[in-house]
Write a new protein. Structure first.
Length: 260
């Protein structure tokens, strides 16, 4: 099985910077993101409507790069988690994790026995269609798969210590928009209640050796998150990065055109 360079870097105390992909389901998007320096990409199934076949194509066209393909599944269900891993995803992100029981179900779906209940299929996409010792493949997959629990509700924050205690959870990822909405302060990220929730997640991560993760909308906020202790950062998403760059260029040329 392939080494998960992102997981290894994080476990060694490092920082990993990647991005989200929501909109551009092309055969080149993964390679474009990798060439730009993204260490991981999260292919989103929660908000995009992308089908399993689309995710399969995105993973397959990314695995030729050094970038680690991850998938955010729409729910903590075995059917989603095991299938995207079999297709070659090197990790999964599950939304709305609110309890230790949910976190345990997530881990169980992502890991082979004895750590979980993932069904066995070998010589397929996730092991690059290669032969080899099955026991070694199982041990490698269990070690290399990155499991990310999103803490993005008031209930998730209340139970974050119990969630963080679950063996096999690697990352506690704050879903900031959903969390602010759940707290009744939609979009108010400077609000003391939101900041207190963030502090609780960071504290639980430190207490149980879990990596804190967050999506940064811009470079200044990303720097601030790194200074707070977040070590897995997704820099924006494809549609917003494209729109921001296009807006900046169009506006600059329009301003210049008005001067001539």
């Amino acid at each position: 099985m392939r080494d998960n360079q992102v997981k290894q870097k994080l476990q060694a105390g490092g920082v990993s910077i990647g991005t989200f992909l929501f909109e551009f389901s092309t055969t080149g998007i993964g390679r474009i993101a990798a060439e730009a320096g993204a260490e991981f990409a999260v292919f989103d199934m929660e908000h995009t409507g992308w089908t399993i076949e689309t995710i399969r194509m995105l993973i397959a066209t990314t695995r030729s790069t050094a970038m680690v393909p991850l998938v955010r599944v729409p729910a903590t269900d075995y059917d989603f988690i095991a299938r995207v891993l079999d297709m070659g995803a090197m990790g999964v992100m599950a939304p709305m994790v609110e309890s230790a029981a949910q976190a345990k179900a997530l881990v169980a779906s992502a890991k082979y026995p004895p750590l979980g209940r993932r069904g066995a299929a070998f010589g397929v996409a996730h092991d690059d269609y290669a032969g080899g010792d099955i026991a070694q493949k199982i041990a490698s997959a269990n070690a290399q798969t990155l499991v990310i629990a999103q803490i993005e509700t008031a209930a998730g924050v209340r139970n974050v210590n119990e969630i963080a205690e679950v063996a096999g959870i690697d990352v506690l990822w704050i879903g900031h928009f959903d969390l602010s909405i759940s707290l009744g302060i939609a979009g108010q990220f400077a609000h003391p209640q939101f900041q207190e929730a963030v502090s609780q997640v960071l504290a639980a991560g430190r207490r149980h050796s879990k990596i804190p993760g967050f999506m940064a909308g811009d470079v200044p906020s990303g720097r601030s998150l790194l200074d707070q202790g977040f070590r897995m950062i997704a820099y924006g998403g494809d549609l917003w990065l494209y729109q921001a760059a296009l807006r900046e260029g169009v506006a600059a040329l329009q301003r210049h055109g008005r001067k001539t």
